[in-house]
Write a protein that binds this ligand. Sequence first.
Ligand code: SIN
Length: 312
Amino acid sequence: MTVDLAVAWLGIQMDNPLINASGVMCRTVEELEALRHSAAGALITKSCTLEPRKGNPEPRYASTALGSINSMGLPNAGYRYYLDYARRYDHEHDKPLLMSVSGMSLEDNLEMMAAFDEAALPVLVELNLSCPNLPGKPQIGYDFEASARLLAEVSKVYRRPFGVKLPPYFDPVHFGEMADVLDGCPSIGFVTCINSIGNGLVIDLERESVVIRPKDGLGGIGGDYVLPTALANVREFARRLPGRHVIGCGGIRSGREAFMHILAGATVVQVGTCLYEEGPACLTRIRDELVCLMQDKGYRTLADFRGCLRTL
Ligand code: SIN
């Protein structure tokens, strides 16, 4: 049976639903070009700030038996670098390009979003409300009023649909509060669920030590640990925001988890820890595994099972 993984959403057309998670393999032009030549259906740039940032001190990423912990601290080349890449990108013939923005303040976000607006490029912008790795700076996605204010201001300077990357929520009341904020912002075209689970602590038993340097070892947790939380967030936001798209992110390392995210309601999915660990070849593998799984189950397109998760 022929399976078609193509997906069209918010004016972009993807051959398959796989994207890198922002932060993985997307900080430099060289990395972005490797992704462009990979099996990914689209690519997204590293969350950018107004000015370039070195990020947090090393070691700031560690792989663990069940995934990863990181406290990168938004190392990036500054938004002009990524905007320049986007300006030179062949949007007509290449896979779609998404761009992640993560200002250190409201003013920074407005300046960058205004610049993206003025550039008028056919990219989708993902505004990151959820970096957990900036010492002294809470994740704005956990402050519903501040998020609403930010989105209202951004909508004034950026006049096209955009998305937000959310932190994980753990309580139905909080799903509801954030869904209300997003529902109140007509510019929101998509939400990405989830960023890493912030401020976990991984301990090396032998060395009786933390495994990363920043924040005395606290960092964002990704990989297998986060899959159930990611799926819950995807399902809850897909249910609560009909008409908007959800990008599923968290714990995808084979076609099976990609399928689960889409079954929970994701339009497309992002791969983080697995891409970091295995490199771009994993995207070919995950894509092919998803095709096999769909064939086994008798599904021809993603729409045949998207959001069809059964309850008991
Ligand atoms: C980082 O650069 O610290 C990771 C980005 C993020 O989690 O949003």
